[in-house]
Design a protein. Structure first.
Length: 352
């Protein structure tokens, strides 16, 4: 698997896990957050109504309470409101009042007056001076039928003489919970897609830079002339420059060794030719032949100088990526030069 694909898959895995975790956390927090807001509103409402009916409970005239009568009347009123895209068509509150024993004195639905509510948590806890609230399913077979009940104490001075409970179905806030969850999921999906696009672009950029560097390394490995590609100003470019510097140092060392070997090998021929001609000139020979060997010595000396000049030029050429001025070579002249190099040895063997 290529490194670019590995980087992309790793990025996708990390972003996917992080996005799933964050979306799950935020989506799960919408429901308790909305219900906590609803409970806070119910607490305020319960304490306000408890203060309004305290005198009626104390005098035992709760049945004639104008506040309770108006609440019962409002239940049948029609509401026409659109809240954040959700339509509200009716009054969802239920209000009931119990005495100090937990018996229901008033019920805005008119169904449970006289019943014993002393065991329900909202009444039980409030009568003992604690915060009383409960969430109970109105239909035991339907988990979506839960109703939140929040109670407030009805006091005569410091004495608790009753409890007022305000109840509201949790289903009334379910549209807002679902709307919030949808918004979070949609925003999360958009964020995830953008993150993946950015990750893909980064992975492509890294892969593209690495591919250029790998092509350069392959050319170097094959012994081709290669120039470090443009990689920008980043860690990959730093790595490329380090490889280039290492390559230059290694090639420089190898080149020096090869050059010394070549120089020693190439200089053997003119040196041997000069030495052979000089040895022959120590003997008696015709002037014409002596002039020939003297000329050979001069030619071989010139050849040594030419050879050194060519080696210096070769050094300059090796540092270039291409030949700036190539020129043809005459095979006949090269053969004639080789014959001249070997003239002393040919003459010594009587072959000249």
């Amino acid at each position: 698997m290529k490194i670019g694909l590995r980087i992309l898959l790793g990025y996708v895995l990390i972003v996917g896990i992080a996005a799933w975790f964050l979306l799950a956390v935020f989506a799960q927090q919408v429901k308790p957050g909305v219900r906590s807001t609803q409970e806070d509103t119910l607490v305020d409402t319960a304490y306000l109504l408890a203060a309004l009916v305290a005198d009626d409970v104390k005098t035992g005239t709760i049945e004639q309470s104008k506040v309770m009568a108006q609440i019962a009347q409002v239940r049948s009123a029609r509401v026409d409101a659109v809240i954040d895209g959700a339509r509200k068509a009716g009054f969802n509150y239920r209000v009931y009042v119990t005495d100090a024993r937990g018996l229901v004195l008033f019920d805005s639905t008119g169904t449970d007056v006289g019943k014993d509510y002393s065991r329900w948590n909202d009444v039980f806890l409030t009568l003992r001076g604690k915060y009383g609230a409960r969430s109970t399913m109105s239909d035991p077979n339907d988990e979506a039928s839960t109703v939140m009940h929040v109670a407030a104490p009805i006091r005569d001075g410091s004495k608790i003489i009753g409890v007022l409970t305000v109840a509201k179905p949790n289903s009334t806030v379910q549209p807002f919970i679902e709307r919030g969850q949808r918004a979070i999921v949609q925003g999360g999906v958009v964020l995830l897609v953008l993150s993946l696009l950015i990750g893909g672009a980064i992975a492509w950029w890294l892969s593209h830079s690495l591919r250029k560097l790998m092509r350069y390394i392959a050319d170097v490995e094959q012994g081709n002339k290669a120039q470090l590609p443009e990689l920008g100003n980043n860690e990959i470019a730093t790595l490329g420059r380090a490889l280039e510097a290492m390559r230059n140092k290694l090639e420089g060392k190898e080149y020096v060794e090869e050059l010394m070997h070549t120089l020693a090998h190439e200089l053997k021929s003119p040196i041997a030719a000069i030495q052979g001609s000089a040895e022959l000139m120590q003997e008696e020979m015709p002037d014409e032949q002596r002039r020939h060997f003297l000329a050979n010595i001069l030619n071989q000396n010139a050849r040594q100088k030419q050879l050194i000049d060519k080696l210096l030029a070769l050094i300059r050429v090796e540092n270039q990526q291409h030949l700036s001025a190539p020129s043809p070579v005459s095979v006949r002249e090269l053969a004639s030069q080789v014959q001249g190099d070997c003239a002393a040895r040919l003459a010594a063997r009587g072959l000249l």
